[in-house]
Design a protein around this ligand. Structure first.
Ligand SMILES: [Zn+2]
Length: 296
C-alpha cells in the first residue's frame, strides 16, 4: 500500500493550481472551485456534524479501533457497534430540509462531483478494480463535452446525479422557471449521452440548496443529495501535491463513519491528487464499510 501510494503521488498536483477551474473552460465564467465559497454556509455545518472539528475524538476512536481490529477483533466490537447505532438513530430521522445527509443505512456512499472530466476514467478504473459502485454528480456542460465518460459511468453501474448545467452556485435563489429549465437541460444532455439513464438525485452546486430548488428537483423525480464528509479536495489554494493527497486521505479516513456520504471531485480541475488519494482510500474503505452507489 505504501508503494502504491508513493507511486500514485508522483506528479499529483503539479498542474493543479493553474487549472483549478478547468471544468468551465467550455464557457462558464465562475470558479467551480465548487463546494467552496458559496458552499461555506451550508457545507461547514454539515461537515462540522461529521466531525471535522467536533468529531475529532470519535474519529480518533474509530481509527484506533479499526487499527486494533486488524490484529485483535474483540476491542473493536464495542466502539464499532456504538458508532453504528449512533448513525442508525440519526439516519432513521427523515431529513427536515429534504436533503439527504446520510445513506440511511450503515453503508457508505462515495460521491464524485463536477465531472465528467479528464480524470473521470481514472476514478472509474479504480472503482472497477475494487468492485465499488459510487455516485457521480454531473455538470451539464461537461456532459456535453465528455458524453463518452457518462456512458462509461452508466456502463459500470454507478448512480447519476444532476449537478446543474454549469455549476451556478446561486441557481437556487433564481426563479422557479430558471431552476427548472437548468435542471431539465442538464438531464436532457445526460439523456443525449445515455437515453435511458436514470437520474434520481440532485446536488446543488456549493451545497447551496434552497427549499425551491429542492422542491423543483423533487418534481423532476430527484432527491436532493447532501454529504457529511468533505475533504475539500477542490481547495487547491490551501493544499497541493503530496500535501493535498495526504490531507484527502486523512480527512476521509478519520471522518467516514457508517452511513456517511463522502464528497470528492472527479472534475472541476486537475484531480490527480484525488485520484492518488483514492488509490489508498478505496481498499481501506472497502475493508471497513459496505460501499454503495446511492440507490435508484
Ligand atoms: Zn460542484
Amino acid at each position: 500500500m505504501i508503494t502504491a501510494a508513493v507511486l500514485a503521488l508522483a506528479g499529483c498536483g503539479t498542474k493543479t493550481a493553474p487549472s483549478a477551474a478547468s471544468w468551465h473552460a467550455s464557457g462558464s465564467g465562475s470558479a467551480p472551485a465548487a463546494e467552496q465559497a458559496g458552499g461555506d454556509p451550508i457545507t461547514h455545518p454539515i461537515v462540522g456534524g461529521a466531525g471535522s472539528t467536533g468529531g475529532a475524538k470519535p474519529a480518533a476512536g474509530t481509527s484506533a479501533s479499526a487499527s486494533a481490529s486488524a490484529s485483535t477483533s474483540a476491542p473493536a466490537s464495542a466502539p464499532a457497534s456504538a458508532s453504528a447505532s449512533a448513525s442508525a438513530s440519526a439516519s432513521t430521522q427523515p431529513p427536515s430540509d429534504g436533503i439527504l445527509h446520510t445513506t440511511g443505512s450503515a453503508a457508505v456512499a462515495l460521491t464524485f462531483d463536477d465531472g465528467p472530466g479528464p480524470d473521470t476514467p481514472k476514478i472509474l478504473e479504480m472503482l472497477r478494480a475494487q468492485g465499488i459502485k459510487a455516485t457521480f454528480c454531473l455538470i451539464g456542460v461537461n456532459v456535453q463535452e465528455y458524453p463518452q465518460y457518462v456512458q462509461a459511468i452508466v456502463k459500470d453501474g454507478h448512480t447519476l446525479c444532476n449537478h446543474t448545467w454549469k455549476h451556478d452556485e446561486s441557481l437556487g435563489k433564481k426563479s422557479a422557471d430558471t431552476i427548472r429549465a437548468d435542471l431539465q437541460k442538464t438531464n436532457d444532455e445526460i439523456h443525449k449521452a445515455v437515453p435511458d439513464a436514470q437520474i434520481k438525485y440532485f446536488r446543488h452546486p456549493g451545497g447551496n440548496f434552497t427549499p425551491l430548488a429542492v422542491q423543483i428537483a423533487a418534481e423532476l423525480g430527484m432527491k436532493s443529495l447532501g454529504w457529511n464528509v468533505d475533504p475539500s479536495d477542490w481547495n487547491v489554494k490551501k493544499w497541493s501535491g503530496q500535501q493535498m493527497t495526504n490531507h484527502i486521505v486523512s480527512n476521509v479516513r478519520n471522518n467516514t463513519k457508517p452511513g456517511a456520504i463522502v464528497l470528492s471531485h472527479d472534475g472541476g480541475g486537475d484531480r490527480s491528487c484525488t485520484v492518488a488519494a483514492y488509490k489508498t482510500l478505496l481498499p481501506e474503505l472497502k475493508s471497513k464499510f459496505t460501499l454503495i452507489a446511492m440507490p435508484v
